[in-house]
Design a protein around this ligand. Structure first.
Ligand code: SF4
Length: 307
């Protein structure tokens, strides 16, 4: 029997459903609700937290980022494309790599401390591996032609999100921690887990009550329980919430349009923080289009290269 249970609240749609489930089951008042303020949150999310507190008669504990996103981006670098890509680039940058072409053995001799990231750069993880740079078409060719002139990193997630909840749990021990991850949402976050439950990880159990919910299950639950989501969904038309304008988001351009229209101050802030990454991503996308026209396709280019 658990004595203290923490529930990670994000203000997003899945989190709303999880909160509702936990609130209904919490007959003994063992649950604490915790939200991490990354420093780059929609006003609509902050308003929604107040709505949830009022609706359920609960307190949502606000925790601060260990390093807010703006600070972390300044110190370590900006997110670019995906967590994996940003991590490898950051490792190469930290060893002064000049983003040139070359064989793995030759480069590894010159940068012996960057061997792992060089394996990514040189496609040494094996044919078709998702760990190779080839997984992102034209990225290597683009970076050789346009080496990044700003720091790239995935660290803001660590200091503004991941480690924040860990720190909270360390300071306020719980037996069970819950998050609103769903397998059907896909992506690295969902595929990191095999099931809805892990026993005794970091001194507590972890439960993901929505893990097996498909989109239609979620819709049915929300209808039955009259769940109302934040204005991010109902007025802005966003499909997901979270850090505003994160460059890892595939639809960040669409998100930026929405932010500019609905939260102009936030629009200014995200452009100040992630501006280099947005510009570099746009340049990369344009490069992809041009190379596709020139070579027909990336696959055609690769087979030509092998001949
Ligand atoms: S989701 Fe994006 S902006 Fe938010 S902490 Fe992670 S990398 Fe940074």
């Amino acid at each position: 029997m658990y004595k203290k249970i923490s529930v990670a609240i994000s203000g997003g749609a899945d989190s709303d459903d999880m909160l509702d489930i936990c609130w209904m089951c919490d007959n003994d008042g063992k649950v604490v609700y915790v939200w991490c303020d990354t420093g780059l949150e929609y006003q609509a999310t902050k308003d929604h937290l107040k709505y949830l507190e009022k609706k359920y008669g609960i307190e949502i504990i606000r925790t601060k980022a260990i390093k807010p996103i703006p600070l972390s981006c300044r110190e370590y670098g900006q997110p670019f494309l995906s967590k994996r890509v940003a991590d490898y680039i950051s490792r190469l940058q930290s060893h002064g790599f000049d983003f040139r072409d070359g064989g793995y053995n030759e480069l590894a001799k010159q940068y012996p401390k960057a061997k792992g990231a060089l394996k990514w750069w040189c496609n040494e993880f094996g044919e078709g591996s998702s760990f190779n740079i080839q997984r992102n078409k034209w990225l290597k060719e683009f970076m050789i032609a346009n080496p990044p002139t700003f720091k790239i990193s995935d660290k803001c997630c660590k200091y503004a999100k991941k480690d924040v909840m860990k720190k909270y749990i360390k300071e306020n021990p719980v037996d069970l921690h819950m998050v609103g991850v769903r397998k059907a949402e896909g992506g690295q976050r969902a595929t990191a887990y095999k099931s809805c439950f892990d026993q005794n990880i970091d001194g507590h159990d972890n439960y993901r009550p929505l893990f097996w919910y498909k989109d239609e299950d979620k819709d049915a639950y929300e209808k039955a329980r009259n769940i109302i989501h934040s204005k991010c969904y109902t007025e802005y038309g966003l499909k997901r919430t979270g850090c505003a304008g994160c460059p890892f988001g595939k639809d960040f351009e669409m998100e930026l349009e929405i932010i500019e229209k609905n939260e102009p101050k936030l629009f200014k802030a995200v452009n100040n923080i992630f501006g280099d990454s947005y510009a570099y991503t746009r340049k990369y996308k344009k490069f992809c289009e041009e190379m596709d026209v020139k070579y027909g396709s990336y696959a055609a280019y690769l087979s030509q290269k092998c001949e």
